[in-house]
Design a protein around this ligand. Structure first.
Ligand code: PMP
Length: 369
C-alpha cells in the first residue's frame, strides 16, 4: 500500500473509511441532529473550548476566510504574522476582503519573534486583529501560539484569529485558556479524515466583532450556522458521509485520549527528526525546538535534485513525500506524520531514503543505533 507521507491529506484508518459507504440520511431529521450535536461536542473537547464551534463543509481555506469575514470590516487594520506560505495566504484573504494589512513576516524556517510583534502593535495602536498560523506546514515550524496570544490578547486586547489547520488535534492548542478568539482547522490533517470538513471556534469577543463586521459573506456567514444549530441542523446540505466519518474518528480520539494523541504525534515527529539526522541530512527549521510535530521539513543537500529524489521514492518505494512550496521549491522536502502514522511507516521512509539518496548523489552517513 502506498505510504502517503505528505502533510495532509493523510491515510485514513479502514474503519473510518468504511463509514463513508453508508447510505444517506435526512440531514434535517433526528438521526442527523444527534450526530451534529455529538460531533460538535467532541470537536469542542479537542479545541478545549466552551465557546461555539461549527462544522463547515469546506477545506481549511474556507475556515480561514470565515475567520476573517465574520469578524472584520473593509478598512479594518490587522497585523498578519507570517512565517511561511500559509501565513501569507491568511493575509492575502484579509486583503482581498478589504482589510488594511500590516505585514509582519519572519524568514522561512524561523518562528514569530514576540518583541517584533509587540513593536508592531505599539506602532499601530489602531490594529484590530492579529492573524497567525499555529503550525506553518510549508516550513515545518510551530509557533509558540500560547505566547503570541498572550501578547496579542492579554497585553494589547486584540482579536486573535488562528490558522490551526495543521495543528489542532495533533499539537496542544487550548483555545480558551490561551485566549484564541477564532481557531480554524480542517479534517484532512490530525483528525484522521479525508478532506472536506473544516471546524471553526468563535469566542464571545469574536461574536461581538461579528455584530459589527461588514465584510461580504453568505455561505460562510457563521450567524446562519449558529441559528440553525439551535434546531439541530446545518444551514446548508452537509457532507453527510464525512459526518459519519467524523463521528467515528472522534470516538477513536476519545478512546485513545487527546493527551496520548499529542504524545503519539511528538514521538512520530521525534523519530522522523532523529532518522533524518542519522542519515546526515539537516532540518530546515533553524532551531529544533520550533520543529513541527506534524510535518518535518528537510534541507535538500547541495547538488541534489529534490524532484528526482521524490520521484525515486514514489516509483521505486511507493512512498509519497512533498517538495517545498513557492520559493522553497527544490530547497526542502517534507515528510508528513499527522493523523494516524505508525513507527513502521516512518521507518520505511528512512530505509527508502538510505537507498535513494546515493542515487541522487548524496551519501547517507547512517549511524546504526
Ligand atoms: N493553513 C495551513 C497551515 C495548512 O497546512 C493548509 C493546508 N496544507 C492550509 C492552511 C490550507 O488548507 P486547505 O488546503 O484545506 O484549504
Amino acid at each position: 500500500m502506498t505510504n502517503l507521507r505528505i502533510p495532509g491529506p493523510i491515510p485514513v484508518p479502514d474503519d473510518i473509511l468504511e463509514t463513508m459507504s453508508w447510505q444517506m440520511i435526512n440531514h434535517r431529521g433526528p438521526e442527523f441532529k444527534d450526530i451534529l450535536f455529538r460531533t460538535t461536542e467532541g470537536v469542542k473537547r479537542v479545541f478545549e473550548t466552551k465557546n461555539d464551534v461549527f462544522i463547515m463543509t469546506s477545506s481549511g481555506t474556507g475556515a480561514m476566510e470565515a475567520a476573517i469575514v465574520n469578524t472584520l470590516s473593509p478598512g479594518d487594520k490587522i497585523v498578519n504574522v507570517s512565517v511561511g506560505v500559509f501565513g501569507a495566504r491568511f493575509g492575502e484573504i484579509a486583503s482581498v476582503f478589504g482589510a488594511e494589512v500590516v505585514k509582519l513576516d519572519f524568514p522561512y524556517g524561523t518562528a514569530v519573534d514576540l518583541d517584533k510583534l509587540r513593536d508592531t502593535l505599539n506602532a499601530h495602536p489602531d490594529i484590530k486583529a492579529v492573524l497567525v498560523t499555529h503550525n506553518e506546514t510549508s516550513t515545518g515550524v510551530t509557533n509558540d501560539l500560547q505566547a503570541i496570544a498572550a501578547v496579542a490578547k492579554r497585553e494589547f486586547g486584540k482579536l486573535v484569529l488562528v490558522d490551526g489547520i495543521s495543528s489542532v488535534c495533533s499539537i496542544p492548542l487550548s483555545t480558551d485558556a490561551w485566549g484564541c478568539d477564532v481557531v480554524a482547522t480542517a479534517s484532512q490533517k490530525g483528525w484522521m479524515l479525508p478532506p472536506g470538513l473544516a471546524f471553526i471556534s468563535f469566542s464571545e469577543d469574536a461574536w461581538e466583532a461579528h455584530a459589527e463586521a461588514k465584510m461580504p459573506r453568505f455561505y460562510f456567514d457563521m450567524s446562519a450556522y449558529k441559528r440553525y444549530f439551535e434546531i439541530g441542523q446545518p444551514p446548508y446540505t452537509p457532507a453527510i458521509s464525512l459526518m459519519f466519518a467524523l463521528d467515528l474518528a472522534l470516538q477513536k480520539i476519545e478512546a485513545e485520549g487527546i493527551g496520548s494523541v499529542f504524545e503519539r504525534h511528538f514521538s512520530m515527529a521525534q523519530m522522523t527528526r532523529d532518522g533524518i539526522k542519522k542519515l546526515g541530512l539537516t532540518l530546515f527549521p533553524r532551531d529544533e525546538s520550533i520543529a513541527s510535530n506534524t510535518v518535518t521539513a528537510i534541507n535538500v543537500p547541495e547538488g541534489v535534485d529534490a524532484s528526482k529524489l521524490i520521484g525515486i521514492l514514489r516509483t521505486e518505494h511507493d512512498i509519497v513525500l512533498s517538495g517545498g512550496q513557492a520559493s522553497l521549491s527544490g530547497k526542502i522536502f517534507r515528510i508528513g506524520h499527522m493523523g494516524y502514522t505508525t513507527a513502521e511507516e516512518i521507518q520505511e521512509v528512512m530505509d527508502a531514503l538510505a537507498v535513494a539518496l546515493p542515487k541522487v548523489g548524496f551519501s547517507p552517513t547512517r549511524i546504526e543505533a
